[in-house]
Design a protein around this ligand. Structure first.
Ligand code: DGL
Length: 264
């Protein structure tokens, strides 16, 4: 492998762009190859078997495109387990951080909310890691199924989104949480609405930066970190590229990205 090879970043849709933003900030000289399976999003309501089959197609595509590292910028995919994701491919895989260390630094009452897909909440992966770090911490998960279709559909000002924000935030307010983890990479797209709904007493945690730092560490350890020049970015979607570009503009400097439609 060599330093010029791109870092692959994948998600079911546009959510992983919120992680790509952090990766580009922390690793400005790297080349990135993003793949969002927008034609088949959301993944979080599907079975483990289906998600695993879709992910195998995406990782095969990443192998063909010779990535030096893969960041699964999707919690639903991450909780399948890095061994399942990597399969027999040659690149290492960095999954989404679950925010356990971040939570410990922030919470005062040790009551944590987790907003994620049904699949992610159902695996209990976040709860397990957070309670391993501090067994006294309580974690309350809410499957926020309505968010991804509304975000992928660019329906930010819709009454449906407002209602969904209120519904899920209220469920966690009832549990008196003081910290909320965004356990789905799509949710930073609606972070402002969530902050408004929770108010200043609740800290919202986005594990994107911790994930990007883990990617950097991996490249440093393998002597594959690129530090000179300005990196390039190619963003690929399996669905409508114009819609993807529009949503990407909320997260990235799209002027410097190339957009492509691909099939898996
Ligand atoms: N962005 C994804 C995550 O972090 C998945 C959303 C979905 O496809 O359901 O979980």
């Amino acid at each position: 492998m060599d330093k010029k090879q791109p870092i692959g970043v994948l998600d079911s849709g546009v959510g992983g762009l919120t992680v790509l933003r952090s990766l580009q900030r922390i690793l400005p000289a790297e080349n990135f190859l993003y793949l969002g399976d927008t034609a088949r999003a959301p993944y979080g309501v599907r079975t483990r078997e289906t998600i695993t089959a879709f992910v195998a197609q995406m990782t095969d595509w990443m192998e063909k495109n010779r990535v030096k590292l893969l960041v699964t910028a999707c919690n639903t995919i991450t909780v399948l387990g890095t061994d399942v994701i990597r399969g027999s491919h040659s690149f290492p895989v960095i999954g989404m951080s679950k925010g356990a260390e971040l939570v410990g630094k922030v919470t005062k009452n040790k009551r944590i909310g987790l907003m994620a897909t049904d699949f992610t909440v159902g695996t209990g992966a976040h709860r397990k890691e957070i309670r391993e770090a501090d067994p006294e911490t309580e974690v309350f998960g809410v499957g926020c199924t309505k968010f991804v279709p509304l975000i992928e559909g660019n329906r930010f000002d819709s009454p449906e989104l407002k209602e969904a924000i209120a519904e899920y935030a209220d469920a966690l307010k009832e549990k008196e949480v003081d910290t909320v983890i965004l356990g789905c990479t799509h949710y930073p797209f609606v972070r402002e609405y969530l902050e408004e709904s929770f108010g200043p007493g609740v800290t919202i945690i986005d594990p994107a930066e911790a994930t990007a730092l883990a990617a950097k560490k991996n490249l440093e350890e393998r002597n594959l970190l690129r530090t000179e020049g300005r990196g390039q970015c190619t963003v690929c979607f399996t669905g409508d590229v114009e819609q993807g570009r529009l949503l990407a503009a909320r997260m990235l400097d799209t002027g410097s990205c190339r957009f492509e439609k691909v099939s898996l």
